[in-house]
Design a protein around this ligand. Structure first.
Ligand code: ADP
Length: 506
């Protein structure tokens, strides 16, 4: 037994890889091996007596005394960790096992203490804890950014919703050690949690748009609720996270604004193009229109001449003159109406949505279409189904579509050079919720294989054609919630149908 023959045992102890101390009942070191002196960072002589205790840090010293006392009362070994101050405020950590030494009669003779250097293990464990904490903070940071990214995706294009949700995401991810209040201001908008109060230690990050400051995120923690297990953002993490969120919001706002601007420009371009094709359709009808205006003017001139002759001949009664003047008036009104209608169609203006009677819209352009057809030797028929329900539309745009379909039909008939060329325009119901205006011709028809290209911009088979008519017709139809269909007639030619939803249909 070691306590009986320390001399012999000590030579064995010298070769062990652990430190060994023999301690008396008072806690004084009686003997130790070289390894123990090395671990205690003391020359062996200085470790004797109470020397070994004095090198420990105060906390460990008290723990050692407590454990000696406790160990003296039992038979089982005790474990404890002792710390020795090292340079830079750090510690050497020794794992220690304390065994009571008793005589055969059970009387306490002292203790045997073994020491093992576990400093490296401790440092690794401490680094691991620190890394884990950092990782947890990073995960929360990523969580927060990920949630914001999802909100951006979910509310694509709706900046108000994105900002509102970001406020609530920051409020619940920022910290659980206190009540969080958040405010985001951007471009004159402001969103905040209901508990928002400006606090001096709040964190702030500027939001930039096109390199210019345009807003700010402000996050403050009010009061404090202790939740020790919850990983918290460190101050530098908080700053970095807030800057990242501010940058994300800045980029999102720039993108949303860019998209809005693009949409506005696109709408503007579409309106211009719509107007351009309308003017171009009317341009194609220029000679018909001139003819239409010329007719009443010729009639006016003839009536005026007749009237003059009657007055000069002294044979005109007052009634005759009044009647001729009434006819002149009618013809002038007719010419005026055409010019007025033309002016309305040529003028560029914003869309005007009103409740429209489709029959009235078609009747309005009937005279223009009739003279155009006559000029091209095409018979034009109109069949109106009475009492059609109204549609919500921009009347001039609907007239533009119908005129375009009639012009195309006349062109298609002219292409065949047939003598019995005719075009029929019909209005009617297409089911319970839609009305349709169809234009049927017996013209050349559309060659197979071109169907898919029909509505594409700049598709034309005509010499000098622009190929924008049907593409604009399609976008006008869809802006009205409607569509354009086409089919080949059994005999010859094509039928194009403009379908529009009925206003407040069932
Ligand atoms: P454009 O009249 O300038 O050619 P559109 O977009 O109005 O432009 O028409 C595109 C093409 O669709 C025409 O060139 C023609 O080939 C075809 N098309 C349109 N309407 C008819 C029709 N009623 N019959 C046969 N082909 C047609």
């Amino acid at each position: 037994m070691l306590y009986r023959d320390w001399e012999k045992a000590s030579s064995v102890a010298e070769h062990l890889p652990v430190g060994i101390l023999q301690i008396d009942t008072e806690g004084h070191c009686l003997a130790l091996n070289t390894r123990a002196a090395l671990l205690l960072r003391l020359p062996p002589q200085k470790a004797l007596g109470s020397g070994w205790l004095e090198v420990l840090d105060p906390e460990s010293r008290r723990a050692a005394s407590r454990h000696l006392l406790e160990c003296s009362r039992g038979d089982s070994p005790l474990r404890l960790e002792l710390r020795l101050p090292s340079e830079g405020g750090d510690f050497w950590v020794l794992s220690c096992r304390l065994v009571p030494l008793r005589s055969d009669e059970g009387e306490l003779r002292g203790f045997l203490m073994t020491l093992l250097d576990v400093t490296e293990w401790h440092r690794t464990a401490r680094d691991l804890r620190r890394t884990t904490k950092e990782l947890e903070a990073r995960v929360r940071e990523l969580d927060c950014l990920f949630e914001i990214s999802r909100a951006v995706e979910r509310h694509a294009g709706d900046l108000d919703e994105i900002l509102k949700e970001t406020v609530s995401i920051l409020a619940h991810t920022w910290s659980r050690s206190g009540e969080v209040c958040v405010r985001i201001t951007l471009d004159g908008r402001s969103y905040q949690t209901s508990n928002f109060a400006s606090c001096p230690q709040a964190r702030r990050a500027a939001i930039f748009l096109q390199g210019e400051p345009a807003g700010e995120i402000e996050v403050g923690v009010l009061g404090s609720v202790s939740m020790p297990d919850t990983p918290r953002f460190r101050p530098e993490d908080e700053e970095r996270l807030l800057t990242a969120v501010a940058q994300r919001l800045g980029r999102t706002a720039e993108r949303v604004k860019g998209r809005q601007l693009l949409q506005e420009k696109e709408e503007e371009m579409r309106a211009r193009l719509t107007h351009l094709t309308r003017v171009s359709t009317l341009g194609e009808m220029a000679s018909s229109i001139a003819h239409e205006v010329n007719q009443p003017l010729t009639a006016i001139a003839a009536y005026a001449q007749a009237c003059r002759r009657m007055v000069e001949g002294g044979q005109a009664g007052q009634d005759d003159i009044l009647e001729i003047l009434a006819r002149i008036n009618d013809e002038a009104l007719r010419a005026g109406a055409i010019v007025h209608r033309l002016k309305d169609m040529v003028r560029r203006r914003d869309a005007r949505w009103t409740e429209c009677d489709v029959n009235a819209l078609v009747r309005d352009i009937q005279p223009l279409a009739v003279v155009d057809a006559r000029l091209h030797n095409v018979r034009l028929h109109f069949e109106f189904q009475p009492d059609l329900p109204p549609v919500l539309a921009d009347g001039v745009q609907i007239q533009q579509v119908v005129l375009n379909l009639i012009r195309n039909a006349i062109d298609a008939v002219e292409e065949t050079a047939r003598k019995d060329g005719e075009v029929t325009v019909r209005t009617g119901l297409a089911g319970a919720k839609e009305i349709q205006i169809s234009v049927t011709d017996n013209g050349c028809g559309l060659p197979e294989g071109l169907d898919a290209r029909l509505f594409q911009p700049f598709f034309t088979t005509k010499k000098g054609g622009m190929g924008m008519g049907l593409s604009i017709c399609k976008s006008i139809a869809s802006a009205h919630g409607g569509r354009i269909l086409f089919s080949r007639n059994p005999g010859a030619g094509m039928t194009f149908r403009l379908i529009l939803p009925v206003l407040d249909g069932p």
